[in-house]
Design a protein around this ligand. Structure first.
Ligand SMILES: [Zn+2]
Length: 50
């Protein structure tokens, strides 16, 4: 979990293109930048640096 709950909720609604790593809003079927259909949901938990 991050520092801000609001930010966590928003991050969870984001898809990331596997090809160019562009962030896309959830629900889109293709990347807005490269048109690739290879999208993955952004990871909910981001590991902090030790
Ligand atoms: Zn892309």
């Amino acid at each position: 979990m991050g520092k801000f709950p609001e930010a966590d909720a928003r991050i969870a609604q984001v898809n990331v293109c596997r090809k160019c790593k562009t962030r896309n809003t959830r629900g889109v079927e293709k990347c807005r930048k490269c048109g690739s259909a290879y999208l993955r949901p952004k990871r909910r938990e981001i590991r902090a640096k030790k």
